[in-house]
Design a protein around this ligand. Structure first.
Ligand code: PMT
Length: 429
């Protein structure tokens, strides 16, 4: 798996110390971080701090004889997947906007093709100054993204906009941007990135999450079966994300075309009935059930013992019978505090059908995906989904299944926090 590489530029402001926290969170998220500082930044934080924490040379001046790389601004700028500036002063913003390259960081900006994210922090008057706003507009037009500063009491004791955004929000925006860029530039190649800031907190240690994954196969005879296109990517992504956030994870998987993850309990069950039996055996012990599998709604009523022959037969009819609905049954048997979550794979009226499933099956959450949309649904590395709970509806854009998995888990954490009574509901209402 590829590690994504962030070039973290630190400039001279009182918020420079917060760059250390940003760097730590990015490292926890699985990123490689290389730090470059302006000369003024070193007045606030010593390069040694970043060097000790990254185990990499911190570049301030590429002409410094101690610098191990004589053309560092070129090599540094071409190695990175994102250039992030925390905090950004009015001065560095002005240099970037005007193409000035009179130090290492401003030369790196010019030499890099990586996306750039800037988190400014400065005095309110400097922030509101026409020159600063003009430079920001110019950079936005050049494709640079900003994590805008927030209002609050500033270091100079004035109150107004200019305070560095919360470290967690900055990192969250970095991870969203990296996910989108990875999809675009690397064709969705898997990275080792943990895509949610909350994912860095081990916030699911109290949960045992039971997940159904893949597509069931319903036998017609010993050779043939009815199935669907599910690869298991979505369900396994949820399993990996949950494991990384500290949950105990049990996966009941039907047919899948990708490798199951390590570190989870894996039970193979091929047909809908086998999946039903496996889930019913495990579910009493789970705190959350997530039905990500594409379970056949019907299976052949009679399975032939021997291969059905075609000689002398122009056509055959299959009689189908309904399979047990695993999700409905889990919901009926739900115990105190257990959350029951389903997916809805739809081709039309996606949200309406998803809402009706949520009501009919008495679910805490439904993840609705339009399987006809490009980049969504079966056997893709990405998905486009709307997360529905009884409280709200969150429409998400195209993102990796791994990123969606973290959004689903974030919502579980929110439900637990915001409405324990809902999460603790028992029995069908
Ligand atoms: O595996 P991938 O290739 O990554 O594809 C992902 C996916 C498209 C399979 C996934 O995102 C998805 O939408 N999974 C649910 C597919 C589905 O069967 O949807 P449904 O709308 O038919 O079913 C609704 C819910 O009931 C689902 O949670 C399903 O698991 C559950 N169900 C359905 C029938 C049944 N007999 N038992 C069930 O538990």
């Amino acid at each position: 798996m590829t590690k994504l590489h962030i070039g973290l530029g630190v400039t001279g402001g009182i918020a420079a110390y917060k760059a250390i926290e940003v760097m730590r969170l990015l490292q926890k998220a699985g990123c490689e971080v290389s730090v470059a500082m302006t000369r003024h930044a070193t007045e606030f934080v010593r390069p040694l701090t970043f060097r000790a924490l990254t185990d990499r040379h911190v570049i301030v001046d590429d002409y410094d004889p101690a610098n191990p790389d004589p053309i560092a601004h070129i090599n540094f700028s071409q190695e990175i997947d994102l250039l992030l500036i925390v905090p950004a002063t009015a001065n560095i913003i002005s240099k970037f906007a005007n193409g000035i390259a009179d130090d290492f960081l401003s030369s790196t900006y010019l030499a890099s093709t990586a996306p750039v994210l800037i988190a400014p922090a400065m005095n309110v008057t400097m922030w509101e100054q026409a020159a600063t706003q003009r430079n920001i507009e110019r950079l936005r037009a050049d494709g640079v993204r900003f994590v805008d500063p927030v209002a609050g009491e500033l270091a100079c004791k004035t109150v107004g906009t200019g305070k560095l955004e919360d470290v967690e929000n900055i990192v969250s925006q970095v991870l969203n941007l990296l996910d989108a860029e990875t999809q675009r530039r690397r064709g969705g190649r898997e990275t080792s990135l943990r895509l949610s800031v909350s994912a860095l907190k081990d916030d699911l240690t109290k949960e045992h999450i039971l997940i159904t994954v893949g597509g069931t196969r319903e036998a017609i005879d010993p050779v043939r079966f009815i199935s669907n296109h599910s690869s298991g990517k979505m369900g396994f992504a949820v399993a990996v994300a949950a494991r990384e956030r500290g949950a105990r994870v049990t996966v009941v998987a039907a047919s899948t075309s990708v490798e199951p993850p390590d570190g989870v309990e894996l039970i193979r069950s091929i047909s809908a009935q086998e999946m039903f039996d496996a889930v019913m055996e495990k579910v009493a012990d789970a705190t959350v059930f997530i039905g990500a599998a594409a379970v056949a709604d019907y299976s052949p009523a009679n399975v032939a013992d021997a291969k059905i022959k075609k000689e002398g037969i122009d056509g055959i009819s299959l009689e189908l019978k309904k399979t047990p609905d695993i999700l409905s049954e889990v919901s009926k048997r739900r115990r105190e505090g257990q959350m029951v979550i389903g997916f809805a794979a739809e081709t039309n009226d996606v949200i309406e059908f998803a809402k009706s499933k949520m009501a009919k099956k008495n679910l805490d959450m439904v993840i609705a995906n339009d399987i006809t949309a490009k980049g969504a649904g079966f056997n893709t590395d990405t998905n486009i989904a709307t997360i529905l709970t009884r409280q709200r509806e969150t429409a998400l854009g195209l993102m990796s299944k791994r990123a969606l998995a973290d959004k689903i888990l974030d919502e579980i954490v929110n439900l637990r926090k915001s409405n324990p009574a809902n999460a603790a509901r028992s029995g069908n209402s």
